[in-house]
Design a protein around this ligand. Sequence first.
Ligand SMILES: [Zn+2]
Length: 153
Amino acid sequence: MKSPVPDRRLTENFRTHEFLVSKDHPRLARKLRPTAYHVSNLHLLSVTILQPVRTHFGVPVIPLSGYRDYWLNDAVGGHKESLHPEAKAADFTTPDVTMLPAMFEYILEELPFAWSQLIYYADRNFVHVGLPHLGAPRICEVRGRNDVQRFGG
Ligand SMILES: [Zn+2]
C-alpha cells in the first residue's frame, strides 16, 4: 500500500515521501499524515541543511527517518523531547559511509545557524540534524560505541 500523502518536491533532490520512512516499522511509516506545518518543516530541513550537503558533495543523501508521529517515535525508541514529531529533525546516511565525517564537519562549519542538534552516530553510520527550536538546547556530538565527543557548536 502506498502512502496517500502527496509526494511533494521540496528541493531539487528531496521529496516529502523520503521523510516518511522507517526501516524497522514500514507499516507504521505508511500511516504518517504530516500536516502543512510538518511539510513546511521538512522543506526547511531540505533547503537549509540537506540540499546544501547534497549539492556540495554531489552524492545521494538518504533520509532514514524524518517526520515521526508520537507513536512511531515511541516505536523506534526516540527521545520523548525528540524533534522528529515536529518534523524538525532528520537522520541521514549516504552510500559511502566514509563520507559521513566530512558531511558532519561541513554542517558544523558551513551551516552553523541552520541547526540546534547535530549528532554523528559513528557506530551506526548516520547523522541526526535538528532545526532550531525554541527551548531546545544546542547539541553537537560524535557518538561512538563507548564514547561521546562534544563540540562547542
Ligand atoms: Zn534523529
